[in-house]
Design a protein around this ligand. Structure first.
Ligand SMILES: Cc1ncc(COP(=O)(O)O)c(C=O)c1O
Length: 440
C-alpha cells in the first residue's frame, strides 16, 4: 500500500495522463531518483505505468487506474510546482523519539518481536488511551501492534468479511478502503458526505444500513474533509451499529491532530460500542513520522483473537526498534502532544489567512494536515480542471476532493496539505495570487 492517496474515480479524468507518465518512465525499469525527488513518488509512477501482465490478474488491483495523485505529483515535479498535494509534513519528527529508534537498532533486539507487539508498546498504548481518551484497554488481551494503520485496516477487513457482506463506507474516503473491501468480497454501501460540515444524517444512514450490513468503516477525524464528527453524529452512528448488529472499524489515525482545543471522541466510548468496535491508531500521525508505519489496534478480546490471526499471516510483526521508540514517545509529557497541535495549527492559520486575504473561500480545518477551499466561484468545469490549471499555469499542486468519492462526487472542493515550512506555504500563496488576479 502506498501513502495517503486515493485509487479510484477521477484518476482517469486527465485524458492521456498515463502516456504522459510513460514518456518519463521506462516501463519495467526502476526509475532514477532525481535530486530533491521523493523515492516513493518514483515508485508510484512505476506502479501506475509498468508493463501489463501477460497472465490474468485479479481485476480489483489490475484495473486500478493511474491515480490523480500520481498525475499531480508528476506535473508538480515536471513544472517545479510547490507540492501541497502530498500528505506528509516537512517536520522531521521529535528528535528524542528518532534517537530512541536509532539506539534500539544498535543496542536492542533486531530479531522477530512478539506477534502481538512489544509488551512495552502494548502497555504504552493502553496507558496513552487511558490518559487521553479515558479508554481502559487490557494490554495483554485488547491491544495489538501492526505495520501501520493500513495493515490494521486490511487485517480487520479480511478477518471480518464473508463474501456478500455489506460494508458501510463514508465518502470522501481514504484510498485503501474500497479496494480492500472489494478484495475481501465485501459489497460497499456508500454514505455520501457533503461540504462544508460533512455531517451524518439519519436518512443517509437508514439508506446504507440493512440486514446484510456486517461492518462500517469510519474515519474520524476525516481525511480529506479535515472535520471531526460531532457527539450527535457519533451517537447516531452508534445507534445504527447496535440496531443492525454491525462492527465499527474506526480509523482514528488523526486522533491527536485536532485544533482549537478540540478533543477527539472515539466511537468506542458511545453506549454499547465497546464490544463491537475495532479502534485503529497510527504513530505516523502522532509523531509526524509517516514513514514509520507503526499502527495500534484495540478491540475486545473476542474480536482481537480473530484480528490477531489475520495479522499473523499478513506481516506477523513490526520492526522492534520502531516499536520501542513509539513506546517511549507515547509516554511523553502532555506538552509534546499540545505542541504538535499548536505548531500544525499555526501553519494552518498562516495558510488560511493567506488564502482568505487573497479571496479564496476556505472551509475551516478542524484537524489533520489538510485544509480545503471551495472553488465554485472560479468557473472551472470541476475540481480536476481547477487543479490541472493550478499546477500547470500557476505552479501549485493540490488534490481534487472528487478523487476521494466513488459515487456522488463533490466537484467544487480542493485539498491542500499545510503541514509545510512557512517558506513553502508563502511561496504557494504568492503563486495562488495569480489565480485570483486571473479570475478578477
Ligand atoms: C485516514 C487514514 N487512514 C490510514 C492512513 C495510513 O496510516 P499508516 O501510514 O499508519 O498506514 C492514513 C494516511 O494518510 C490516513 O489518512
Amino acid at each position: 500500500m502506498m501513502t495517503d492517496e486515493c485509487q479510484f474515480s477521477s484518476a482517469s479524468i486527465f485524458q492521456g495522463s498515463g502516456s504522459d507518465v510513460r514518456r518519463h518512465t521506462r516501463p519495467g525499469a526502476p526509475a532514477a531518483v532525481l535530486p530533491g525527488q521523493e523515492p516513493w513518488l518514483v515508485a508510484k509512477a512505476v506502479i501506475g505505468t509498468g508493463p501489463q501482465p501477460t497472465t490474468a490478474m485479479n481485476p480489483i488491483f489490475a484495473e486500478l487506474p493511474t491515480t490523480i495523485f500520481e498525475v499531480m505529483s508528476r506535473h508538480a515535479r515536471d513544472t517545479g510546482a510547490v507540492n501541497l498535494g502530498q500528505g506528509f509534513p516537512d517536520d522531521p519528527g521529535p528528535e528524542d523519539v528518532r534517537r530512541k529508534a536509532a539506539e534500539a537498532v544498535i543496542e536492542g533486539w533486531n530479531q522477530y518481536p512478539p506477534m502481538m507487539g512489544l509488551p512495552e508498546l502494548r502497555h504504552a498504548v493502553s496507558e496513552h488511551y487511558r490518559h487521553w481518551q479515558a479508554l481502559d484497554f487490557d494490554p495483554e488481551a485488547e491491544v495489538m501492534i501492526t505495520s501501520g494503520a493500513t495493515e490494521a485496516l486490511a487485517g480487520a477487513l479480511l478477518a471480518l468479511i464473508e463474501p456478500g457482506d455489506e460494508i458501510v463506507l463514508f465518502e470522501p474516503m481514504y484510498d485503501a478502503y474500497l479496494p480492500l473491501v472489494r478484495r475481501a468480497g465485501g459489497i460497499p454501501r456508500f454514505v455520501t458526505l457533503k461540504p462544508p460540515r460533512f455531517a451524518l444524517t439519519e436518512e443517509a444512514l437508514a439508506q446504507a444500513f440493512g440486514p446484510r450490513t456486517r461492518a462500517v468503516l469510519f474515519n474520524n477525524p476525516l481525511n480529506p474533509a479535515a472535520t471531526l464528527f460531532s457527539p450527535e453524529d457519533l451517537d447516531l452512528l452508534a445507534s445504527f451499529c447496535r440496531r443492525f448488529d454491525a462492527i465499527a472499524i474506526c480509523d482514528e489515525v488523526w486522533e491527536h491532530v485536532v485544533f482549537d482545543g478540540r478533543r477527539h471522541q472515539p466511537l468506542m466510548s458511545c453506549e454499547g460500542m465497546w464490544e463491537r468496535t475495532i479502534k485503529i491508531g497510527s504513530a505516523g500521525k502522532i509523531f509526524n513520522l509517516t514513514g514509520w508505519k507503526v499502527g495500534f489496534v484495540c478491540a475486545a478480546p473476542a474480536i482481537m483473537r480473530v484480528l490477531a490471526k489475520a495479522h499473523q499471516f499478513l506481516t506477523f510483526t513490526t520492526p522492534p526498534n520502531l516499536q520501542a521508540a513509539v513506546a517511549y514517545g507515547l509516554m511523553k509529557e502532555d506538552g509534546y502532544f499540545e505542541s504538535l497541535r499548536r505548531d500544525l495549527a499555526r501553519s494552518r492559520d498562516r495558510f488560511t489567512t493567506g488564502l482568505t486575504d487573497l479571496g479564496f473561500d476556505v472551509i475551516p480545518s478542524e484537524g489533520t494536515y489538510f485544509l480545503n477551499i471551495d472553488i465554485a466561484r472560479f468557473g472551472d468545469a470541476d475540481d480536476v480542471a481547477f487543479c490541472r490549471r493550478l499546477v500547470l499555469e500557476h505552479g501549485v499542486a493540490a488534490i481534487p476532493v472528487s478523487a476521494f468519492y466513488a459515487e456522488g462526487a463533490v466537484k467544487n472542493v480542493v485539498r491542500f496539505c499545510f503541514a509545510k515550512r512557512d517558506e513553502t506555504l508563502d511561496a504557494a500563496l504568492e503563486r495562488l495570487s495569480g489565480v485570483v488576479r486571473q479570475a478578477a
